[in-house]
Design a binder for this molecule. Structure first.
Ligand SMILES: [Fe+2]
Ligand SMILES: [Fe+2]
Length: 286
């Protein structure tokens, strides 16, 4: 067994040992008091901007509820395409080593959608729609797999920073804290897997790609990282929280220096890993 196979083996064992039943694990209050924090204030997309600073506390808390609905909706959409991509790859000959772990990955992401979706449906009666566009195109050998797993890794790394911070935030209403906690527990394993697989795929395929292909892949990834962050600034959230000019607020927040600094700080570890291992040559402009 090589080192990678050993890691996969250990991850499978951990998934089996720490198996979670999402229907039993969480205690759902019948209603959510809107006067409570559902997102840590510092993680609210508008935090530090003039539109946030001018809000009374009750409205900040209301905004924190819709931000949680958006964060959980983003996770659902990310997980939907993740499950789709994992299902396509399970039992592929070239994936024999990782197939046992793909079963756990699939199972766990499906369970995550169960609790993210329950929160959104129970308390907001909706999931915010997916705004990501997928344009079909041709891929160089190995490119599609590499991009799939790298996009998953980037998405999960950012989410996990939020999960971890909120799972320790005593200000949060218990159900929001617990959802962040349980997601972080399972994601910790996905992150280990993600880092290993993207490096492995890159080291295997990158030497076969032409300089143009490699440049195109890097540009695509940089664009993906920026697009992923854009989704954290959702005008529907601002509208639902009763704010005026939701599109103006979105643009203003996305361009705001405090928000840019926040995005750079949250992405730091993930971008560091991509650059250290040569997957990216430079950071995208966040
Ligand atoms: Fe997940
Ligand atoms: Fe995950």
């Amino acid at each position: 067994m090589d080192e990678f196979e050993q890691i996969v083996d250990k991850l499978c064992e951990a998934s089996r040992k720490q198996f979670v039943n999402p229907y039993e694990y969480l205690e759902w209050p019948k209603q959510l008091d809107p006067e409570q924090w559902c997102t840590s204030p510092e993680l609210i997309s508008l935090y530090g901007t003039e539109s946030y600073e001018g809000l009374p506390e009750a409205q900040r808390k209301r905004l924190s509820f819709y931000e949680a609905v958006n964060f959980f909706s983003l996770n659902i959409h990310g997980e939907k395409s993740l499950v789709e991509g994992l299902a396509q790859r399970v039992y592929r000959k070239s994936n024999a080593v990782i197939t046992p772990y793909l079963h756990h990955f699939l199972d766990e992401e499906n369970k995550h959608m169960v609790y993210f979706g329950s929160f959104c449906k129970r308390y907001a009666n909706k999931v915010y729609p997916d705004r990501k566009m997928v344009v079909p195109r041709e891929f160089a050998p190995g490119e599609e797999d590499f991009l799939f797993f790298t996009k998953v890794m980037v998405f999960e790394e950012v989410v996990d920073v939020y999960n971890l911070r909120m799972s320790n935030d005593e200000r949060l209403v218990p159900i929001a804290r617990q959802i962040n906690q349980i997601h972080h527990r399972e994601e910790a394993r996905h992150l280990v897997f993600g880092r290993e697989i993207v490096k492995r795929l890159f080291d295997h395929y990158a030497p076969t790609w032409s300089p143009e292909t490699l440049r195109g892949i890097r540009e695509y990834l940089q664009g993906y990282i920026v697009a992923t962050w854009k989704e954290y600034y959702n005008p529907d959230v601002y509208k639902d929280a009763g704010l005026q000019d939701p599109y103006g607020i979105q643009q203003c927040a996305f361009d705001h220096e405090r928000c840019r600094a926040h995005r750079r700080q949250v992405s730091e570890k993930c971008l560091g890993y991509l650059i250290e291992n040569g997957l990216l040559e430079q950071e995208p402009t966040l």
